[in-house]
Structure formats: structure tokens, C-alpha cells
Design a protein. Structure first.
Ligand code: HEM
Length: 407
């Protein structure tokens, strides 16, 4: 239990640290990777370069510190992060290392302003925050291991099939190499995939949503190849998977994780909206809804540039053909002449509110969406403008998660 004095110090220093937030976390990562280069096996180097991870960590620490006297307020956020940590393999023994580096970073950046008293208060507060994470994650490891066919760390999977789904998206059907059972998962969850790319010093880990429904003898991920552009480096892992991983090769997976899941107890209409490769968790949800013979009305909306990059279209159409209460809509913002001739889409351009209100039967529905960040911001804005209740809006970011509320 923290003393009132410690709590006061923490609360009064949060705004100061927030001002230096990213400088502190950047310094923190320099210190961390210099002292513990082995952790570079675990962190996503691309997220580091873009600074997204630094911001995510800084925001999480300050949010926790602000609520240090009522940590139950941040439990939903802790759970979400803990899912990611568990899927990556973060362990209790990593926390003191992170704590020590964070304090040193605070000291380095604040200089004399970081008095012994302030550092002592932060050390105590970090210990309490870290414990909440450690306990939540310990429970998640236990659950992952105790499930039928479950496992705690990484497990070898063989690529049973590799299927091209569009010009940029390819699916990998993965079966456990040990021939054992596969645990069930919630539609919308992801797995971490760990790869050893020849010539690279460190392993790389990425999260991919499972793109099929649960209950199959395989897990399927559908990966977008991130090509190189003049202003953007290519995706190391996605290109490795597309170009070098083939049938019979082995990938290492951690057990399914993630909080962006279909609420199966909900009986109201459901609206699944995706942009680009963001359709993967939503196809898993659609598959679950149709295979469980749910009678919930489902509106499935997918936005893509055109048919050449529209993945899993025939599979989604096949799923919908089995259930009369499922409506499908395709929005293309760069349709080709062939797309026009084939009447391959329902809307040209971006989703807008009048159109959404036209195709979605009611705003009293559960909305799930996923896609690139600008797309997510647009969909979120439309739902808010329409007056959809906050608790009915569910979304997932690619990479370090964020909040659309704060936008
Ligand atoms: C990701 C917070 C401790 C390793 C994250 C994210 C947050 C976060 C907010 C982003 C989550 C997301 O993308 O959904 C924290 C806090 C910690 C803590 C508040 C301490 C109280 C640790 C420790 C380790 C660790 C001890 C292990 C050394 C990671 C890794 C990622 C991550 C590898 C993924 C980052 C990436 O994409 O590169 N953490 N974390 N974290 N965390 Fe932590």
C-alpha cells in the first residue's frame, strides 16, 4: 500500500513526466537494449523506428500512475496489454529490468529535478503497477496452458497450405507439428508468429489475426505483403512469409490472444466493417456467426481499392450464401474498368454516413471494425456522428494499440 505522501508525489509529477514522456521512453529503450540486447528478439524494431511503441508505453505508465490509488480503473487497459505481453512471452522476471531502466531514464532526462524522493516514489509505484501486470499475465499463461491442446510459449506449426488470396494477401494454413490438439479461440483473436529470417541477428515477432473460424483442424493467418515505397520501408516479416515460407516449412506460434472478440452472448444485429487486410478478424467472426447458425442480422462491409486487392471475397460470399440474414457490401475507392463492367462493388469511394445508414438496419447494433488507422478514424467518426453508443463500438489497431476516443 502506498503512503498518501507517495501518492501525492506521483500525481504531482505525472504532468511533468508527460511533458517529457516520449523523451523518457526513447531514453528508456536505448538503455534497455544496450544493457539487454537479448530483448531485441522480442520487440518489433519497425514499431521502435516509428516511435509508436515508445508512445504506447509512456501513455500506459502515466495512465497507471494517475490512477495509482484506484488501479481497478485501468484493469481493462491492463488486460488488453497483458494479452499482447502473454502472446509475446513477457515474463515476471522482465519487470524489474524494465523498472530499473525506466527510473534511470527518468533521472537522465529530468536531471536534478528528479530528487531521491521523487525517484523513490516512482520506484514504489512501478512495483505496484508491475504486480498488477504480472498477476494478470500469470493467470493468462495458466489459462493458455490448461486449455485442451493449449501451450504457454511458442509451438512449432507446419505450413499445410499456402493460398494466394489477392495481389497482396496470402493465407497460411498452419497445423501443429507435434500432431496434438488445437485449442479453441475466440473469433477476432490473433497469434504471435516468431520467425528467424536468414541473415538477421534477432528473431522477429508479429501478430496476425486468425482469419478462419474456430473449431477447424488448422489455424489460418492471412498476411498482407508490405511492399517498399520511397517514403516507407517494406515489411521484413510479411515479405519473408510471402517470399520464403512455403508449404511444409515451420513457423513458431504462441497461443491465440486478444480482447477484440465477438460477444457471443449478444443477440442484437452485428455490423462488421473492414478496410484492406483488416478484414481478417471479421471474416473469423462472420464464419463463427454463420457456422453457429446464429439468427442475428449481420451486415458485412468491406472497403478495398478494387477487386485485385480484395481478399477472401469468394469465401465470404460462400459463408453469406448459407445464411439469409447476412448482407454483404463492397466499397471500392479505385475500381477498375473491369470492376465496373462486372458490377463488382456496391459503392464507389469511401464509406459515408448516409450510405452507412442506408445499408445498416439499425444503430442499435454491435459494431466491430478493423483496418488502417485513417480508415478506423473515419469509421469511428461516422459511428459517433450517427449516435452509436460507445459500448457498442469495438475496434482493433494493427501494431501498438491506441484509442480513437482520444482523437
Ligand atoms: C507492448 C505497456 C512492461 C515488452 C506494450 C504496449 C504497452 C505496454 C501499452 C502496447 C500494447 C499493444 O500494442 O496492444 C507496458 C507497461 C509495462 C510493460 C505499462 C510495465 C508496467 C513490459 C515488460 C516487457 C515488455 C517487462 C518485457 C521486457 C513489451 C513488448 C511489447 C509490449 C515486446 C510489444 C512491442 C512491440 O510491438 O514491439 N507494453 N509494458 N513490456 N511490451 Fe510492455
Amino acid at each position: 500500500m502506498l503512503s498518501k505522501q507517495t501518492i501525492d508525489i506521483i500525481k504531482s509529477t505525472v504532468p511533468v513526466l508527460e511533458v517529457h514522456g516520449t523523451t523518457i521512453t526513447k531514453r528508456f529503450y536505448q538503455l534497455l537494449f544496450t544493457a539487454h540486447p537479448e530483448l531485441l528478439h522480442m520487440f518489433n524494431h519497425a514499431n521502435q523506428t516509428k516511435g509508436r511503441q515508445q508512445t504506447a508505453l509512456a501513455n500506459a505508465v502515466y495512465a497507471a500512475a494517475l490512477h495509482i490509488d484506484k488501479l481497478e480503473m485501468i484493469l481493462p487497459a491492463v488486460k488488453q496489454i497483458a494479452h499482447k505481453h502473454r502472446s509475446l512471452g513477457v515474463k515476471a522476471e522482465h519487470y524489474p529490468i524494465v523498472g530499473q531502466m525506466l527510473l534511470t531514464a527518468i533521472k537522465d532526462v529530468l536531471g536534478d529535478a528528479a530528487t531521491e524522493e521523487i525517484l523513490g516514489a516512482w520506484a514504489e509505484a512501478y512495483g505496484i503497477i508491475a504486480n498488477v501486470f504480472i498477476e494478470t499475465e500469470a493467470e493468462m499463461y495458466k489459462q493458455a496452458e490448461q486449455q485442451n491442446g493449449g501451450w504457454a510459449d511458442y509451438r512449432a506449426f507446419r505450413v499445410e497450405r499456402k493460398v494466394r488470396e489477392s495481389d497482396v494477401i496470402t493465407s497460411f494454413y498452419l497445423v501443429p507439428e507435434d500432431g496434438g490438439a488445437l485449442p479453441a479461440f475466440e473469433p477476432g483473436q490473433y497469434v504471435s508468429v516468431k520467425v528467424h529470417i536468414p541473415g538477421e541477428t534477432y528473431t522477429h515477432i508479429r501478430q496476425y489475426s486468425l482469419s478462419g473460424g474456430p473449431g477447424k483442424p488448422y489455424y489460418r493467418i492471412s498476411v498482407k505483403r508490405e511492399d517498399e515505397f520511397p517514403n516507407r520501408p517494406g515489411g521484413k516479416v510479411s515479405r519473408y512469409l510471402h517470399e520464403q515460407i512455403n508449404q511444409a516449412d515451420v513457423l513458431w506460434l504462441s497461443a491465440p490472444a486478444g480482447h477484440f472478440t465477438l460477444d457471443r452472448m449478444d443477440t442484437r444485429p452485428v455490423v462488421l466493417i473492414s478496410g484492406g487486410v483488416g478484414l481478417t478478424p471479421l471474416v473469423s467472426m462472420l464464419s463463427t456467426l454463420t457456422e453457429s447458425h446464429s439468427d442475428r442480422p449481420v451486415t458485412f462491409i468491406h472497403a478495398a481499392q478494387n477487386a485485385s486487392v480484395h481478399a477472401l471475397r469468394s469465401e465470404v460470399e460462400e459463408l453469406a450464401s448459407r445464411a439469409s440474414q447476412v448482407s454483404l457490401y463492397w466499397c471500392y475507392d479505385k475500381p477498375t474498368e473491369d470492376d465496373r463492367a462486372a458490377q463488382a462493388f456496391h459503392k464507389e469511394g469511401y464509406i459515408d454516413l448516409p450510405w452507412l445508414q442506408d445499408v445498416v438496419p439499425t444503430k442499435d447494433a454491435s459494431f466491430y471494425f478493423c483496418g488502417p488507422e485513417p480508415f478506423m478514424r473515419m469509421v469511428f467518426g461516422l459511428l459517433k456522428e450517427w449516435g452509436v453508443a460507445s459500448e457498442d463500438i469495438h475496434y482493433e489497431f494493427f501494431g501498438p494499440s491506441g484509442s480513437l476516443e482520444a482523437a
